[in-house]
Write a protein that binds this ligand. Structure first.
Ligand SMILES: [Zn+2]
Length: 257
């Protein structure tokens, strides 16, 4: 079963659900460590590109490393929905300290709101992935970029290496130029930013970006507290049958012969 989808940037193509042979991709530990699983999966299930949107791949097939996170994620959700259906069930702990109940939740992946890439952002992306803004406190122009698949693969390593300087590491990763500041001094400049400027910058990253909003509101069935959570994506997202498989394996080994 395949379907034509359009990502938030306008990238349009035909995707299919996963086949059994793609289990190899999900089970490959080396690939998981290198962050290549998502690319492999997208590569396997994306059958053809019908409209490249803001991307220029020339005569070559789609290069997922150059595709915006928003488009990648929409394609992944669709692959998941085509494979196992749009219902996604997960469990999280209630955030109310006096409760801490386990909340079982289920939602339709196709109902998650998706923000399209604006015309302005599309032009900035196509023009070299450079977005301009002015920091209110520092009163300087800065240019930053939207994250693509290639960036996504570097983030786990960036997190590990950042220690307690995660915010400045993330900002430095995305800021490509600061007005009047030499590239070698950029990191130092970012460390000296006021928190208000840093906050402003993160808001700007979000404002010009596109994609699926994965913050959802849920209600605890025990204490009825409503809470915003970031949709968890664990192993069951692409292998909802994994627990079942484990059970079956246990059963078969417990019978002799
Ligand atoms: Zn609760």
């Amino acid at each position: 079963m395949s379907e034509i989808i359009t990502g938030p940037s306008g990238l349009t193509g035909r995707v299919r659900g996963m086949k059994v042979r793609e289990e190899r991709i999900l089970a490959d530990r080396k690939l998981a460590k290198a962050g290549g699983q998502v690319d492999e999966l997208l590569g396997a299930c994306w059958e053809e590109t019908l409209d490249a949107g803001p991307y220029d791949f020339g005569d070559k097939p789609i290069d997922w490393g150059r595709v915006l996170q928003g488009d990648r994620f929409v394609a992944l959700l669709k692959i998941r929905a085509l494979t196992y259906g749009p219902a996604y069930a997960f469990a999280v702990g209630c955030q109310n300290d006096g409760c801490r109940a386990r909340i079982e939740w289920e939602l339709d992946l196709c109902d998650l709101p998706c923000r399209p890439l604006s015309e302005e952002s599309r032009a900035a992306f196509a023009g070299g992935n450079r977005f301009e803004t002015v920091l209110p406190d520092a009163d300087k122009r800065v240019w930053f970029r939207l994250l693509t698949g290639a960036d996504e693969r570097k983030i786990p390593q960036l997190r590990r290496g950042a220690g307690d300087k995660l915010l400045s590491a993330m900002l430095a990763f995305r800021v490509v130029e600061v007005e009047g500041v030499d590239a070698r001094e950029r990191r130092q400049f970012i460390e000296e930013l006021t928190m208000r400027d840093a906050d402003f910058l993160v808001d700007e990253f979000d404002r010009v970006d596109c994609g699926v909003d994965t913050t959802i509101e849920i209600e605890c069935p025990e204490c009825f507290a409503t809470q915003d959570i970031d949709l968890p994506f664990d192993r069951t997202f692409f292998m909802p049958g994994k627990e079942r498989t484990a059970r079956r394996r246990d059963r078969s080994t417990s019978f002799p012969g």
